[in-house]
Design a protein around this ligand. Structure first.
Ligand code: ZN
Length: 688
């Protein structure tokens, strides 16, 4: 991969500037360490009346928001922004809006046919059903892999399973060459952007991504409309933007796309895919797979279709005609504000959910939007009853998430300094409800708090607290939703929650209000539970209650991983003494952080999270500045702990491993210094 040099240079400059920023973070921690302990949670709760989510209203919000197709930058999207604004205003919240002119993509035409003696068109439409009005809207958003270039080409096809690195390796061992071919891969196991980038790196001319029924169709359960799984014609649209390089507007990495900011040439944008592509249904993929020649595919490559899967190339060519419009369009975030005692310009807690979708987006994201709007309505009610939290609360309806987390990233980049100084924690809900299973991911520092609080909500099916049924464990935060900029770029403690379950309507026109109401959550009981959970998580944080943050946990996680990586580190970079010293340093920092978190006020505790920020960022992707966690480069969604070191080990490059270990060592030394400074200031005895 070649680097976008313009950005590499400008980020080196930023890197120097941000050295200062790190130092001021430490100064900030020192200055805030000994504020008097603030209002305890119980008093705050006693003061404010209790509120309960209203299931009928949740259903109304859900119907309202799914009534338009909300492809980012289109009329339906902007109409929904006004709807959200009205709900915020009706709740008595103040409203802040941001507009950004960003690079987006829109499908104009798409067709696919199988050539040969009897050419036949392959179906790209989704069928409409009379009871589900959204299912008719499939033609409004054609099958689309956002940002892929337009094409009109004829070529033979090779099958590459999930399109993972090892799949391409296997094809090589079988003598099947993908260079110059259309590669056909199936969804699953990795983010679609990784699939497109790997196809590109392996020399494919274009890519088709289909949904095999083994992964989310009839092999999993009854398809829509009878059940929840993907029907023959269901298509997973989506953006393959290389957000693992940097998310947000592809043309303004690291900078907000506002007036006066320079846009790069799309040809230089490192996050844009370079080869044409199209997502297709299994109904369209089946004839291509049936025409595939070459060796029989191994067992793990076979899906659930009734045919013998072959590696290819196909005996006949496929003609692929795609017209995509790539252009600058306006997106709009809408933020509801409930000012606390800290005031508008003071410390706050942020809840966010994206509003844009591929078609009607019933689960993704309208289930989360309904919960966000209900939370806003209930907070408004509390406010009328006299509730004034210590910290302000903001509720964000992000735009442009589906294309690459654009609305939230541009916001994070525009208000970098303000957020760094005042944003206490970020709570994300995306596809908040898709089934009965409570889910949670969190920064290590928030994990225990989030488990306890979300786990205490009554599960609508059992009538018992969620954590009684099954232990609720917070997973690490990876990638692919709006928390990314706060977690990975700004070092803010984050969490994401919801209730999940398997389904196969993701990014299709069947993900609708009808589907959610009839197949996922009749009565909107799970929506009510998620809203309740959101409010319970929000209120102690906004009350400035002690005990929410445990920053030592991040260091504990890092130590666990250093121990896991010991064999590779000893093999590639460190001698035994160096390794033991590094581990001992990590343990000292953890102990100091543990002592600190017991007595620091919440703000200073939350700020310790910023000790993980490195101004230069990860090797080759400087936008990612959090050395503790990042989405994996080759997985896209899954989290990698100590990503710099793990990625360096993956390359086997000794120098790179040494450099990434050195980065960690310096970070831990700075953390130790900062924590010792804190301890000294508090007069707490400590052992070095
Ligand atoms: Zn989503």
């Amino acid at each position: 991969m070649e680097q976008a040099t313009a950005w590499a240079c400008s980020s080196a400059v930023q890197g120097i500037q941000r050295q200062g920023e790190t130092m001021s973070t430490i100064a900030l921690i020192l200055s805030l360490a000994f504020l008097p302990s603030l209002l305890p949670l119980r008093q705050e709760q006693a003061k404010a009346p209790q509120v309960r989510p209203d299931r009928a209203r949740l259903e109304r919000f859900h119907r309202m928001i799914t009534s338009s197709v909300r492809l980012a930058g289109t009329e339906g999207d902007l109409k929904s922004a006004d709807q959200v604004k009205e709900v915020f205003l009706a709740a008595g919240l103040e409203v802040e809006e941001q507009e950004y002119l960003v690079y987006l993509s829109r499908p104009k035409k798409a067709s696919l046919s199988l050539l040969g003696p009897k050419p036949r068109p392959l179906p790209l439409g989704e069928k409409g059903f009379e009871w589900d009005s959204a299912s008719y809207k499939s033609t409004e958003v054609l099958p689309h892999l956002a940002y892929t270039p337009s094409c009109d080409l004829e070529e033979r096809v090779v099958y590459a399973n999930y399109g993972l690195p090892e799949d391409y390796e296997y094809l090589k061992t079988q003598g099947v060459d993908v260079r110059g071919r259309i590669v056909l891969v199936r969804y699953g196991k990795s983010f679609r952007g990784v699939k497109v980038q790997l196809a590109e790196e392996n020399g494919a001319r274009a890519i088709l991504i289909y949904s095999d029924p083994a992964d989310d169709g009839f092999a999993k359960g009854d398809p829509y409309p009878k059940g929840k799984f993907r029907p023959k014609d269901g298509i997973q649209r989506g953006s393959p933007l290389y957000i693992f390089e940097y998310p947000g507007d592809p043309l303004t990495p690291g900078e907000p796309s506002i007036e006066g900011v320079q846009r790069m040439n799309p040809k230089a944008a490192k996050s844009l895919p370079k080869i044409p592509g199209l997502p297709i249904s299994w109904g369209a993929a089946k004839p291509i797979l049936a025409a595939m020649g070459g060796p029989v595919a191994p067992r793990t490559w076979r899906g659930a279709l009734e045919l013998t899967y072959h590696l290819g190339p196909s005996s006949v060519s496929v003609r692929m005609k795609v017209e995509n419009v790539l252009e600058q369009r306006t997106i709009r975030n809408v933020i509801g504000l409930l000012p606390g005692k800290s005031g508008k310009k003071g410390d706050f807690v942020l809840v966010g959910n994206h509003r844009d979708s591929w078609v009607a987006g019933g689960i993704d994201p309208a289930s989360g939007t309904a919960c966000l709007l209900e939370a806003a309505t209930l907070l408004g009610k509390l406010r009328r009853g006299g509730y004034v939290p210590e910290l302000s609360i903001r509720l964000a309806s992000w735009d442009g998430e589906e294309f690459g987390l654009i609305g939230s990233v541009e916001y994070g980049e525009q208000f970098r300094d303000f957020l760094g100084a005042h944003l206490r924690a970020y709570l994300n809900v995306d596809a908040a409800v898709s089934g009965p299973n409570p889910s949670l991911s969190a920064s290590p520092s928030l994990a225990a708090f989030a488990q306890k609080v979300w786990g205490s909500v009554i599960h609508p099916d059992t009538g018992e607290p969620i954590a009684n049924k099954k232990k609720l464990k917070a997973g690490p935060m990876g990638g692919g939703s709006d928390f990314q900029v706060f977690l990975d770029h700004l070092g803010i403690p984050c969490l994401g929650m919801g209730m999940g379950g398997g389904h196969g309507v993701y990014h299709s026109s069947y993900d609708s209000h009808w589907f959610v109401k009839n197949r996922i959550d009749p009565g909107f009981r799970y929506h009510a539970a998620v809203t309740e959970g959101l409010l319970r998580l929000l209120r102690p944080l906004a009350a400035n209650a002690p005990g929410c943050f445990r920053p030592a946990q991040g260091f504990a996680v890092a130590i666990t991983w250093l121990e896991k990586l010991k064999p590779s580190l000893l093999h590639l970079s460190l001698d035994k003494k160096e390794y033991e010293d590094l581990l001992a340093l990590g343990k000292r920092v953890e102990t100091l952080a543990k002592k600190a978190q017991q007595r620091l006020p919440p703000k200073a505790s939350a700020d310790l999270e910023k000790l993980w920020l490195d101004p230069e960022g990860l090797f080759g992707r400087p936008w990612y500045r959090n050395l503790l966690v990042a989405p994996g480069r080759r997985t896209g969604y899954a989290a990698k702990i100590l990503p710099g070191i793990q990625e360096a080990i993956g390359t086997g490059d000794r120098g790179r491993v040494q450099r990434s270990v050195q980065k960690l060592r310096v970070l831990l030394q700075q953390a130790e210094e900062a924590l010792l400074g804190l301890a000294k200031k508090g007069g707490t005895p400590h052992k070095k």
